[in-house]
Write a protein that binds this ligand. Structure first.
Ligand SMILES: *Cc1c(COP(=O)(O)O)cnc(C)c1O
Length: 360
């Protein structure tokens, strides 16, 4: 028997979520963000499943784009951070990747590259995130320089990124959008601003291209429940099994460091999944886990290969019973909150040790 810990990847749910994103922004083109190995889901199978549903893909690096091309993905692929050195411009052009331009160095690398074909460029403008992008003041001249560069294709897209779109009613998103629209005014360029939270909650940001990532994988980036996000279906379900059940007495402690002590006679089930399988060690006592579909609390410290849950209050649990750590019936974002992080981090850090089982 093989170890039963695995991540089922429901590609049918992925397509369903892409349809939700497209439906929320019917006038926009859909760019599916599949960086970081498709947020840990397996970029190649994710992109293959979406290839006929989206207009383009986005990744974080040339290597990620090359992997998709090798897998036969033919849609445009945008390098979200652009290139990291001059030589990558020609390599990007050779595989038909689009590049983000975020600074003067990247512009110079583009201008100086010896290319046989043009590259479609996106110009990142910093409207308040202060991470990447040129200032709104610099943007017009930068665009002009692009127009004069034979290496740049004719259809530069203006792009910006929100810092607080996952906070409903946040004034900063409105300010960033107003700044972006003002600088776009008078330039005959397509515009892109919306990440997942903006696709879900800020329709005025949809513009010409939406760029959702996280929502495609089936979880809401919002803490509060949002009707638009209610129909999303989780793509990754992290599953395991019970490999031990024991009764302990009141006062007994469980696990490394004795971080949980039974207040009553308790039944403890041991699950073969731990931080070596991407389950966060920081998940506290009380983090929900599904055993036989029933919610039970995590108790004691998460180990590398195992974790323990209190099954005293649910119907009899046996060795071999199925366990869901997150996914179907238990949103990864909810587990993440118990571990002081976000669902994005949990799925993206899923280690290679955990087999991905694609379900089409
Ligand atoms: C990662 C990323 C996205 C997608 O963000 P989500 O919150 O996952 O939808 C969009 N745009 C840029 C520039 C990004 O880096």
């Amino acid at each position: 028997m093989t170890r039963p810990t695995r991540a089922r990847i429901h590609l049918d749910n992925l397509r369903h979520n892409a349809a939700i994103a497209a439906g929320l922004a019917p006038a926009s083109r859909l760019m599916a963000v599949v960086k970081a190995d498709g947020y840990g889901h397996g970029a190649e199978s994710v992109a293959a499943a979406l290839d006929d549903r989206v207009a383009a893909f986005a990744v974080a690096s040339l290597e990620e784009a090359v992997r998709l091309r090798d897998r036969g993905i033919r849609r445009p692929i945008l390098l979200l951070e652009g290139v990291f050195e001059a030589s990558e411009v020609a390599e990007a052009a050779a595989i038909g990747a689009w590049i983000m331009l975020t600074c003067e160095e990247q512009l110079r690398w583009l201008q100086e590259a010896a290319l046989t074909q043009t590259v479609t460029c996106w110009l990142k403008v910093d409207t308040g995130m202060h991470r990447l992008g040129v200032t709104p003041q610099r943007a017009p001249a930068f665009l002009q320089a692009l127009r004069e560069t034979p290496n740049a294709g004719p259809d530069t897209v203006l792009c910006t990124h929100f810092s607080r779109a996952d906070e409903l009613g946040q004034g900063e998103t409105r300010e960033q959008l107003a700044c972006f629209l003002a600088l776009c005014d008078g330039h005959d360029c397509l515009r892109s601003a919306a990440n997942s939270p903006a696709v879900l909650a800020w329709p005025e940001t949809h513009l010409d291209w939406i760029r959702p990532g996280y929502m495609l994988y089936g979880d809401s980036p919002f803490k509060e429940s949002l009707p638009q996000a209610a129909a999303l279906k989780p793509v990754m379900t992290l599953e395991s099994k019970v490999i031990g059940v024991r009764d302990i007495a009141a006062g007994d402690a469980v696990g490394y460091g004795a971080t949980w002590r039974a207040e009553r006679a308790s039944r403890i089930a041991t699950v073969t999944a731990g931080y070596g399988d991407g389950y966060p060690r920081t998940a506290g006592n009380g983090t929900p886990v599904l055993v036989n579909g029933q919610r039970v609390p995590l108790v004691g410290r998460v180990s590398m290969d195992m974790l323990t849950v209190d099954v005293t209050d649910v119907a009899a649990v046996h060795v071999g019973d199925p366990v869901t750590l997150w996914g179907e019936g238990l949103p990864v974002g909810e587990v993440a909150r118990h571990a002081s992080t976000i669902g994005y981090e949990l799925v993206t850090r899923m280690p290679a040790r955990v087999p991905r089982e694609a379900i089409t």
